[in-house]
Design a protein around this ligand. Structure first.
Ligand code: LIP
Length: 266
């Protein structure tokens, strides 16, 4: 992969994420309409989710018609370039529907088989329209918030500020809360913001010391995971082959301590 192409992919992701985020912001102000529910009544999709993903897909196809596409709200497409775009048009959909300003457009370009642990993430953009913050990363060239280079935290003398999330299936909540109870032994406090891509962007920016969540979809974490690794952090999956793998992210020490607790909890 040429360095030039990786930077071109990041620039494309950046431009489209901003345009898509502006559309999401306009639709939010106009009023959000529920389009459907998916895995449960709590797992919703709005008209804006679908419209924003269609815009992203159209913009990508116009510039790179041979690439694959894997998005939350539309059919996947293989492509023949070896590059796949992994897209969550509005990550934090429930927040978006309720008017809580913690949502983001998440766009990642990956090379190889479009499976976490098998793909090479090349470029990422996570755009938070409500705060007008655009996080980007290019493989081997760092993670950035605008012109500021990002770094994960390395010391947690008062304990780690951690974030997590819960799935849409109420039957999984007891087990996830049991994990929270065990993880709190190393935490100063816990945040639950409701958008994995922003939780990962905040780990990359040093606003969180670590993040863990079971059952995320590829599009929830593809871009944010590259932000964390390019900011000097570590992202891994415990129970990688289970139906609900546990994503763990943080600086080296926090990641290791989270992984040890989570792997020893069963
Ligand atoms: C959301 C994730 C969040 C998780 C929610 C949901 P969505 O993605 O970003 O971390 O806790 O349950 O999966 O559905 O808003 O794209």
């Amino acid at each position: 992969m040429s360095r030039e192409l990786e930077h071109e992919l990041t620039d494309l992701a950046l431009r489209i994420a901003r345009e898509a985020g502006d559309l999401a912001r306009v639709r939010r102000a106009e009023g959000v309409h529920l389009a459907a529910t998916k895995s449960s009544l709590a797992d919703i999709v709005t008209d804006a989710d679908r419209e924003v993903e269609a815009l992203i897909r159209e913009r990508l196809r116009a510039v790179r018609p041979g690439d694959g596409f894997l998005g939350e709200e539309s059919d996947s497409e293989q492509g023949e370039s070896g590059i796949t775009w992994v897209v969550d048009p509005i990550d934090g959909t429930v927040n978006y529907a309720y008017g809580i300003p913690s949502y983001a457009v998440s766009i990642a370009a990956v090379q190889g088989r479009a499976e976490p642990g098998e793909w090479d993430a090349l470029a990422a953009a996570v755009y938070a329209p409500a705060s007008d913050e655009l996080f980007t990363a290019t493989r081997g060239h760092g993670a950035w918030l605008g012109g500021r280079r990002l770094s994960v935290t390395t010391e947690t003398p008062a304990g780690a500020l951690l974030a997590t999330g819960f799935g849409y299936d109420p039957a999984t909540h007891d087990g996830d809360l049991a994990t929270v109870r065990k993880v709190m032994t190393i935490a100063r406090d816990l945040r639950r913001a409701g958008a994995a891509s922003l939780d990962l962007a905040f780990v990359a920016a040093g606003r969180l010391d670590g993040y863990f969540e079971r059952g995320l979809k590829h599009w929830d974490h593809a871009a944010g995971a590259l932000l964390v690794s390019e900011a000097g952090g570590v992202v891994s999956f415990a129970d990688a082959r289970s139906s609900r793998p546990m994503l763990i992210a943080g600086g080296t020490e926090v990641h290791a301590r989270l992984r040890q607790i989570i792997e020893n909890e069963t």
